[in-house]
Design a protein around this ligand. Sequence first.
Ligand SMILES: Cc1cc2nc3c(=O)[nH]c(=O)nc-3n(C[C@H](O)[C@H](O)[C@H](O)COP(=O)(O)OP(=O)(O)OC[C@H]3O[C@@H](n4cnc5c(N)ncnc54)[C@H](O)[C@@H]3O)c2cc1C
Length: 357
Amino acid sequence: MPNIFEVGIVGAGVAGSSCAQVLGRAGVKVAIFDNSHPREKPCGGLIEDRVVDEFDIPAELLENEIRWVLADRFKFRVKLFFKPSMFLISRENFDYYLLQRALENKNVAFFDEKVSQVIKKENGWILKTSKDRWVKVKVLVGADGCPSLVRKHVSRPIPPQFLATTVGYSFPCSSKYVEKAFAKNTVEAYYSHEYVQKGGFIWIFPKRTSINVGIGSIETGKKLKQSLDKFILLHSAGKRLKFLEGHFFTHLVPAIWMDDFFDVPCSGGNWALIGDAAGHVNAIGGAGIYYALKGGILCGLAFLDGDLNLFERYWRKEYGDELYHGAKAVLTFYSNLGFFLWLKYIFESFSCQLRFC
Ligand SMILES: Cc1cc2nc3c(=O)[nH]c(=O)nc-3n(C[C@H](O)[C@H](O)[C@H](O)COP(=O)(O)OP(=O)(O)OC[C@H]3O[C@@H](n4cnc5c(N)ncnc54)[C@H](O)[C@@H]3O)c2cc1C
């Protein structure tokens, strides 16, 4: 006999954990599955202050307060002062904290297992896990990132042209080295066409005791790794990294550049997709943590309001404009003409000052 739950959430990243927390607190019996913890999800880990405020993130998880972005765009090198600040987090600590917060409630059961099979039944879903466990759930939530197994069963996979490859390194180092080699409270972004031919950029994010460096674009992963290695070897910014030993990572991230993608529903009567599985990432910059957290909560609220279809209305109202705008503007943003659009976007999105260096 399978275990029976009202809601089954596949994936305990930021989206899955925030959804489980809302449901568990309201007395709903939830099963959440993920075989990856503890793990450092390949991610820059840059979050806006609204993540900290709205989701009550404790100060000890914030590794570096970011007030400046040093941006190198074609022939321009500018330093932007941000207000409010942004923050850098470690995804290992951040995601683990959110999962533990959800598990404080006894209604939430965690299965340290991968969901390997999804079977649709008349009154719900049967999930089979990597440990040969069978679980029956009335409602299925896909929070399993990108690419998503659940998405394949409830909708169509995200088309390959809307998936950006990212590759990067996490370089462990001492906090003294971070202080010595990197400007205080500053992240760096390089948009040079020498390294990223199609839309994308290279980032350098100095955290507490590591430097996260990566490149994201719609080019193939192999070419991207070569470009990033060339950048580290030859670019003046790479000098500070080339003698450190890094852990390599690669991952996909949704990069939706046609706004009608978002017209496709990401919930139905007894299923929903949240976070990366829903494609909820802003194509300009690739930020998805806020939308995953917020989407998880809104999906939980739609369930509690008695109709998962309401999730459609809720996410569109809360952050739909940002995703539609990102999808419409991203191709121009990364084009040669995009420099002024880029500045306009920055000024519209943040209260910031600009200095040419
Ligand atoms: C290199 C990179 C850099 C990024 N940088 C930033 C940034 O600086 N700021 C920002 O806001 N966003 C960033 N993003 C985007 C951000 O990482 C994602 O939008 C966010 O993590 C989405 O959260 P999620 O919970 O939907 O998915 P994920 O965080 O991917 O979590 C999905 C979880 O599902 C689990 N899972 C998958 N399949 C199964 C299965 N079959 N059974 C059980 N569990 C399963 C996985 O183990 C994983 O833990 C970046 C992305 C990448 C790839």
